[in-house]
Design a protein around this ligand. Sequence first.
Ligand code: ATP
Length: 336
Amino acid sequence: MKKEQVVHCQFSVWYPIFKKHTIKSLVLPLPQNVIDYLLDDGTLVVSGSDHNSQPIQTSDAEEDIQWSDDETTATATAPEFPEFTSAVLEAINALGGRVFPKLNWSAPRDANWIALNSSLQCCSLSDIFLLFKSSDFITHDLTQPFLQCSDQDSPDPVISYELVLRKWSELIPGGEFRCFVKENKLIAISQRDYTQYYQHILKQEEQISQAIQEFFSQHVQYNFLDEDFVFDVYRDSQGRVWLIDLNPFGEVTDSLLFSWDELMSGGETAYQQQEGPAFRYTTSEVTVQPSPCLSYRIPRDFVDLSTGEDAFKLVDFLKLKKSQQEESEEEENPTQ
Ligand SMILES: Nc1ncnc2c1ncn2[C@@H]1O[C@H](COP(=O)(O)OP(=O)(O)OP(=O)(O)O)[C@@H](O)[C@H]1O
C-alpha cells in the first residue's frame, strides 16, 4: 500500500465523488490549536460554551491541582475555541442536531464506552472532544497516518486535517458489509459486524450479494482514484445500498472474515474460481466472538468516575491514588 492510496481515502477526497450515494456530511478544517489540544494528554474535558460540564484535569496535571478541602479549587481553565465552536454548532444544526464525527480517515470507534450514552452520537463540540481525546484511532490519524505504507522512503504527503460531521443515522450493524476491490474487480464481501450471527444474512445471502454487486458496477467501479481499494456499504430495510466509507487496500484496513494474504494474492481462492465475489458471513451462534473494541475499554468504575455527574468523585479518586503512591514510595525507600 502506497502513501498516495492513503491520501486518496481521506473523507474530503472521496466524498465529492460519491456524494449522491452516501450519508450527508460537512467537513470543517481543523485549526492547529485544536489539533494541539487533541494531542495534549493533560486536559480531559473541555468546558466549552456549548456544554455545561465541569472541566477536569487528569493526573498529568496533578501538580497544578491544589489539594485542599475546598474541592472547588480542583477545577482548571480549559481551552476555548470560540470561532471553531460556533462553526461546529452551525454544522451540527444544519445536519439535524445529531452527528457522527470523524477525522480525515477514522472515527473514534474505540472510545464509545466513555460517552455517557455509550455511542458516537454527538450534539456538541464537547461530546466530540471527549471521544476524540479518548481514542487511539484518532491519535493514529493525527500522528502516523502513513505508518504501514510500503514507500517509507518517500516524503510524507502534507495533510490538511479536517473534522468530518456526518448526519446521525441509525444503522443496524447486520446491514453493514465491507467490500474488497482489486484491479477494479469486486473480489470479496464480508459481513462487517462479524462477531454476531444474523439470521437474515443467511436467508438473503443471494439478494445481498446481488444488490452490492449492482451498486458497485453502477456507482463505484472505475469512479475512484485507485484500482485497489476497500469500501463499506449499508443495505437498508428497503434493500437500498449506501456507501459508508472508503479505505486503503492493505493491512491498515481490517480484512474481517478474510485474510490479507488471500486478498493480496489476487483473491485466487476468492474470485477467480467463481463468477462473482466471495461472500463471507458468520453462519452460526457458535462462532460468535467478543467485540473487537473491548480491549480498548477501561473498568466501568473509572468511566463513571471520569464522566459521571459528580466530578468530585474523580478528585477523590486521584487523591486516593496519590496517597497510595506516596505510601508505596515510602515502602520502597524505608530509609527516608
Ligand atoms: N452517520 C452515521 N451515523 C451513525 N452511525 C454511523 C454513521 N456512519 C458510520 N456509523 C457507524 O460507525 C461505524 C464506523 O464508521 P466508519 O467506517 O465511518 O469509521 P472508520 O473509523 O472509518 O472505521 P474503519 O476503520 O473500520 O474503516 C460504522 O460501521 C457504522 O456502524
